[in-house]
Design a protein around this ligand. Structure first.
Ligand SMILES: [Zn+2]
Length: 136
């Protein structure tokens, strides 16, 4: 295990992926976990609702009250949900590709709530991951 000088190494959730992104609970802006986590997906939905208050999906989520990541993956055929899933997968895929260049892993394990999203999410991650992967 890589621990670093003060036991904070390998906190990949705090790698910056969007310089003008959401504020992270660590105090920085645009950390991976502000996009690629259950909370990050909810941030994206709330941002969409603010920008598109009259859309059908906004009405659905406003009426429902509480939004879950399961809702987003259940509506994966919806254009907005596809955008959210791909934005999430792009951020995660790029970070994983960059980390792969540094540590050259033979296996990558994805945990947390997003790992339960299924094959569609893994396939969405593979595109940016393979696109950025260094084959040297
Ligand atoms: Zn952070």
């Amino acid at each position: 295990m890589l621990s670093g000088s003060n036991w904070t190494a390998a906190e990949i959730g705090h790698i910056t992926v969007e310089k003008d992104g959401f504020t992270c609970n660590c105090g920085r802006v645009g950390c991976l976990e502000t996009i690629a986590s259950a909370t990050g997906i909810i941030h994206q939905v709330n941002e969409f609702i603010q920008q598109n208050p009259s859309s059908e999906l906004s009405h659905y989520f406003q009426k429902k009250g509480e939004i879950s990541t399961k809702d987003i993956f259940n509506f994966a055929g919806d254009h907005l949900c596809q955008q959210i899933i791909q934005r999430t997968a792009d951020a995660l895929g790029v970070v994983l590709a960059n980390l792969s260049v540094v540590i050259n892993p033979s296996v990558i394990t994805i945990g947390g709530g997003l790992s339960k999203a299924g094959d569609a999410f893994i396939i969405a991650i593979e595109k940016p991951f393979k696109g950025m992967l260094w084959h040297g």
